[in-house]
Design a binder for this molecule. Structure first.
Ligand SMILES: *Cc1c(COP(=O)(O)O)cnc(C)c1O
Length: 400
């Protein structure tokens, strides 16, 4: 019988239904094949799996708790809410899970140099961290505008020994940084591995990153069965490229009783046009190696996006999400900047946990949904990261 999970296993060319694939210059076809082969070998290699688990545990701090949010539950007076605490990981978010997996692959392939792109700097910091830990050279591409906006993260990466290259092309943000990283990879592919930060880009990145992140859902599944002796009714996660959401959702895809909601950045509202909700007004297109839902105009020009949270502020979404939406397996909604900021403060005051602004979008969704569910229902919200990085941003927007 074909299950949802097997339906979303991509074909040999990396297609999830009509989405995904490998849209790259000729020079990158071979390196991507090499990466795919090494990745497939590593999946069957107990030694690789042992090493991966070792660093997740000893370096990153896994397993992360599945924490019962008692006061939030009481206040919303509906379903019982659990938080998956990815915010407690080393470097403060789920991104390190994927970075550990990919740098172990890079080492197996004999690469000596790591490159990555970063928007807000979170993926850059996680990449610089694992590169330092393994003693590999590291170059991070970052839009010049983002370098100014996230000066502290630039300095953090430099402290960790990385070279940070400001990208001055185009709008000088994440999209241009990815283009520069691809250009570097084409030129230096013999020595260099490109650690892409989410379930995006050319095959095998979307499936590989999802599988490095599925540890989130594997743990959550085990933990909820231990605590409640049953599966949750609803999973909620924010969706930028979509890696923390895929990581949580994937191990539950075949459990038909478990509903799932991905939350995009609604920015200043869908009508304003200032948002990053690809499933509200986006359309099918190809960008940076893959086919998926994009915010683009009629000429295929990529639109400007906006979100209070830099980690959700991107014009495209991972191809597997587009497919899961077509299959009606996952529902996609959005939270506005205002709703996310409200959820940010509310979680801080009710639970003593300051979430990342990205994660606050998922919290905003639980604030809407929990009161509508009976008290015997269970919700798991993925707290993808912690909010220390966002304190200054929020201070500029919320009067206390
Ligand atoms: C980068 C980031 C995200 C968005 O990326 P996904 O690939 O969609 O998970 C979400 N939360 C935090 C804390 C992040 O740093």
């Amino acid at each position: 019988m074909s299950s949802v999970a097997s339906t979303t296993t991509p074909d040999a060319q990396g297609h999830f239904g009509p989405y995904g694939g490998r849209f790259v210059p000729e020079t990158l076809v071979h390196p991507l094949q090499e990466l795919e082969e090494e990745y497939l070998r590593s999946q069957d290699d107990p030694e690789f799996q042992r090493e991966f688990q070792y660093y997740l545990r000893e370096f990153c701090g896994r397993p992360t708790p599945l924490y019962f949010a008692e006061r939030l539950t009481k206040e919303l007076n509906g379903a019982k809410i659990y938080l998956k605490r990815e915010d407690l990981l080393h470097t403060g978010a789920h991104k390190i899970n994927n970075c550990i997996g990919q740098i172990l692959l890079a080492k197996r392939m004999g690469k000596t140099r790591i490159i990555a792109e970063t928007g807000a700097g979170q993926h850059g910091v996680a990449t610089a961290t694992v590169a330092a830990m393994f003693g590999l050279k590291c170059v991070i591409y970052m839009g010049a505008v983002d370098c100014d906006r996230q000066a502290l993260n630039v300095y953090r990466m430099k402290m960790l020994g990385a070279d940070v290259v400001p990208v001055t092309a185009g709008q000088k943000t994440l999209k241009e940084a990815i283009n520069e990283a691809m250009r570097d990879w084409v030129t230096n592919v013999r020595t260099t591995h490109y650690i892409l930060g989410t379930v995006y880009g050319a095959h095998p990145y979307p499936v590989m990153v999802r599988n490095f992140q599925r540890i989130i859902g594997d743990e959550a599944r085990r933990q909820i069965l231990e605590k409640e002796e049953r599966l949750p009714d609803l999973l909620i996660a924010c969706v930028g490229g979509g890696s923390n959401a895929m990581g949580l959702f994937y191990p539950f895809l075949n459990d038909s009783s478990v509903r799932m909601v991905g939350v995009e950045a609604g920015g200043e509202g869908i009508i304003s046009g200032k948002h990053a909700a690809r499933f509200q007004g986006g359309s099918l297109g190809v960008l940076q190696g893959t086919r998926s839902f994009l915010l683009q105009d009629e000429d295929g020009q990529i639109q400007l996006t906006h979100s209070v949270s830099a980690g959700l502020d991107y014009a495209a979404v991972g191809p597997e999400h587009a497919w899961l939406r077509d299959l009606k397996r996952v529902e996609y909604s959005y939270a506005t900047d205002e709703e996310a900021l409200h959820a940010f403060i509310r979680l801080a005051r009710l639970e003593g946990i300051i979430p990342a602004l990205e994660s606050a979008h998922a919290v905003a969704e639980v604030i809407k949904r929990a009161p509508e569910l009976p008290t015997d229902r269970l919700i798991i919200v993925n707290l993808s990261g912690r909010g220390d990085k966002d304190v200054e941003q929020v201070a500029g927007k919320v009067k206390l």
